[in-house]
Design a protein around this ligand. Structure first.
Ligand SMILES: [Zn+2]
Length: 308
C-alpha cells in the first residue's frame, strides 16, 4: 500500500515538473521571439519612423476602378482574366505586367506560402490614394480561397501600404477555414462567434478575442447601429471606448478590431502599451513567432519599396 502511494506521488511530481518545464520553455520561446521582433522594429523605426503613427496623404480621391484581375495558383500569378482597357489615366499601369507581378510580390514576400496559397484571385484596383487601400474577400462558402484586392496607388504611401497588407493578412489569419467549423452551415445558430455563414471554432483566435472584448460591447454596438456603415454611428460608439480600441476603424466590428489590433501587435514594440487587445496575441507562441517572421521579411522588403 505504502509503495503504491509512493509510486503515485512520484508520478504526480513528475507530471508537475514536466508541465512546469513545458510552460517555462513556452515562455522562454515567447521572450526570445518577442525580442527578435522588437529589435527589427527599433531598427526600422530609427531609419524610417513608426509604421503606425504617421500621417498619410488622402487628398487624391478618384472613382473606384478595377484595373486588372489575375488567377493565382500556388502563390503564382497565372492567367490574367481581366484588363480594364477603358481607363485612360491608368492605361500604362494596366499594360505593365511586370508591375502587376511586383504588386503580388509585395504581398507574397511578406507572408508564408501556407497563407498566400489561400489567395486564388488578385484584383488590382484604384480609387486614388488613401480610401479603400486593400481588402480580402472569401471566394467560397468555407473561407478556403480568397480574393486579395490591392490599390496600386497606395504604394506611394509605402508605410501605410505595408501596414494595410498586414491588416489584410490579419483577416486571412483569423477568418480562414482552419479557424472555422466546416459543418456549421447545417446549423442555424452558432455558439461561437459567427464568421459569415460559418461558426468559428471554440479555440479560434476570433472566438477567443470576441469572448474577451466584444460580448459586453455587443448590445451598445447594436443599439448605436455601428455595423450599418455610417461613420457618425461608428464615432459615437468609438468615443465612449476610445481607450480600448487601437483605432476608430477597429470599433467597426470584432473582425476589423482583431485585424487592427493584429497590425499593432506586428508593428509596435512589445513594451508600448496599446491595451489588452494587442497583448492578447502575446499569449500565442505561434503568433509571436509569426510576428518575428513577418518583421524579418518587412525589413528586407520595405527598403526596396521606400520612396516608390
Ligand atoms: Zn479590414
Amino acid at each position: 500500500m505504502k509503495q503504491t502511494i509512493l509510486f503515485i506521488m512520484i508520478i504526480v511530481s513528475l507530471i508537475v515538473v514536466a508541465t512546469f518545464t513545458i510552460e517555462q520553455k513556452k515562455q522562454q520561446q515567447i521572450t526570445i521571439e518577442t525580442e527578435i521582433g522588437d529589435k527589427i522594429i527599433r531598427k526600422l523605426e530609427s531609419q524610417y519612423g513608426s509604421f503606425i503613427d504617421y500621417e498619410w496623404s488622402d487628398d487624391n480621391y478618384e472613382k473606384y476602378k478595377s484595373l486588372v484581375v489575375y488567377d493565382v495558383k500556388h502563390s503564382q500569378l497565372e492567367h490574367q482574366k481581366f484588363a480594364n482597357n477603358k481607363t485612360v489615366k491608368h492605361k500604362d499601369f494596366v499594360g505593365d505586367t511586370s508591375m502587376h507581378q511586383e504588386i503580388w510580390q509585395d504581398f507574397k514576400n511578406l507572408f508564408d506560402q501556407e497563407y498566400t496559397n489561400s489567395v486564388e484571385v488578385l484584383e488590382i484596383t484604384t480609387d486614388g490614394v488613401g480610401q479603400e487601400m486593400a481588402a480580402v474577400e472569401s471566394i467560397d462558402d468555407l473561407n478556403k480561397t480568397w480574393t486579395l484586392y490591392i490599390d496600386y496607388q497606395e504604394r506611394k504611401n509605402s508605410k501605410d501600404y505595408y501596414s494595410t497588407l498586414i491588416h489584410e493578412f490579419g483577416h486571412l489569419l483569423t477568418l480562414r477555414d482552419d479557424q472555422t467549423n466546416q459543418f456549421s452551415l447545417k446549423t442555424s445558430f452558432c455558439f461561437t462567434y459567427q464568421v459569415a455563414n460559418l461558426c468559428s471554432l471554440k479555440n479560434s483566435y476570433i472566438n477567443q478575442f470576441y469572448k474577451r472584448f466584444w460580448i459586453n460591447l455587443e448590445q451598445e454596438w447594436e443599439e448605436k447601429k455601428v455595423g450599418e456603415d455610417d461613420y457618425e454611428n461608428l464615432l459615437s460608439f468609438y468615443n465612449v471606448h476610445s481607450d480600448e480600441f487601437v483605432t476608430d476603424y477597429a470599433a467597426t466590428n470584432a473582425e476589423e478590431d482583431i485585424a487592427e489590433s493584429w497590425m499593432y501587435f506586428i508593428l509596435s514594440l512589445s513594451d508600448e502599451d496599446y491595451g489588452e487587445r494587442v497583448k492578447f496575441f502575446y499569449e500565442y507562441p505561434e503568433l509571436v513567432k509569426l510576428r518575428a517572421n513577418i518583421l524579418k521579411k518587412l525589413a528586407i522588403e520595405y527598403p526596396k519599396s521606400n520612396g516608390v
